[in-house]
Design a protein around this ligand. Structure first.
Ligand SMILES: [Zn+2]
Length: 281
């Protein structure tokens, strides 16, 4: 599932291709998505210009003229890309936005159809993002606010990092990677975290995300940006998807366990159990 670095990679590749473009005909040519596309939206989009592209958590926001916004979620396997309209459309293409000025089109492709594209006004957009309960972007987290959010929770750090209301954009991959970089056990409870540990975790999250964005995200199974480009961060994974392999820091064997409903990868040596860990920090 695309997380913050993958979504950021997608919007950075789309911006130069899309900003300033006027949309022509919009066609729904696929199967219904999780949030169905309405025929009236195709008419409403006609002639509107794409003014800017933003990311909020894992959501992509295409701000249009006439106070409109396309809200896109890539779900598990969604792709949003620009292609020459004469090229063959891949299987599972659901939506086409014609870009008449250079004979291209924006395509929304999604084999598993957990993704969505909807049209809203800017007011609806803000209300929608408010209802989604998205917490701050990782770069907006103040040290004090972050520590308080951790200390209020009796849940494990892994569960806290996956909670979009506390910090937006992290998923399974970058939660595991950040905890390893911070040398914190995924089992450690938020309320037991010291000031130094909280700070270390916040900085590790930023470090991991910035490096992942630099490498265009992680391609494990099916993340692509542009027409078929892949990310490279998977080559630097410290723990994710590396069960039974040696830790890159201490050579201990990476473990995998079920936590917060997700597979969780960690080094039992570098990310010691809560009690020991507190004594050493
Ligand atoms: Zn280790």
């Amino acid at each position: 599932m695309p997380e913050l670095p993958e979504v950021e990679t997608v919007i950075r590749s789309l911006r130069p291709q899309l900003v300033g473009q006027r949309m022509g005909r919009v066609q729904f040519v696929g199967q219904p998505l999780r949030r169905p596309w309405k025929p009236a939206w195709s008419r409403a989009c006609f002639g509107l210009c794409i003014q800017s592209i933003e990311r909020r958590g894992k959501w992509i926001l295409l701000n249009l003229t006439s106070d409109r916004c396309l809200i896109v979620h890539l779900g598990m396997t969604g792709r949003l890309l620009v292609a020459d309209r004469r090229t063959q459309r891949p299987a599972h293409t659901h939506l086409l936005f014609d870009l008449p000025s250079d004979r291209q089109e924006m395509r929304f492709i999604d084999p598993r159809r957990f993704g969505s594209v909807t049209l809203s006004t800017q007011t609806e957009r803000n209300r929608f993002l408010g209802r989604a309960g998205l917490g701050p972007e990782p770069w907006q987290l103040a040290d004090r606010e972050w520590r308080q959010a951790l200390r209020r929770s009796r849940r494990s750090l892994k569960a806290i990092l996956l909670d979009q209301r506390i910090v937006a954009g992290l998923g399974n991959i970058y939660a595991d990677e950040s905890l390893h970089q911070a040398r914190l056990s995924p089992l450690l409870r938020g309320c037991d975290v010291t000031q130094a540990q909280a700070r270390r975790l916040r900085l590790a999250i930023l470090n991991v995300l910035e490096r992942a964005i630099q490498l265009h995200g992680s391609t494990i199974r099916n993340f692509y940006y542009g027409e078929s480009e892949t990310g490279d961060y998977q080559k630097e994974f410290r723990v994710y998807d590396r069960a039974d392999q040696p830790c890159r820091r201490c050579r201990s064997t990476i473990h995998c366990m079920r936590l917060a409903g997700r597979s969780t990868h960690f080094c039992p040596q570098c990310q010691m159990k809560p009690k020991v860990d507190q004594r050493t920090s």
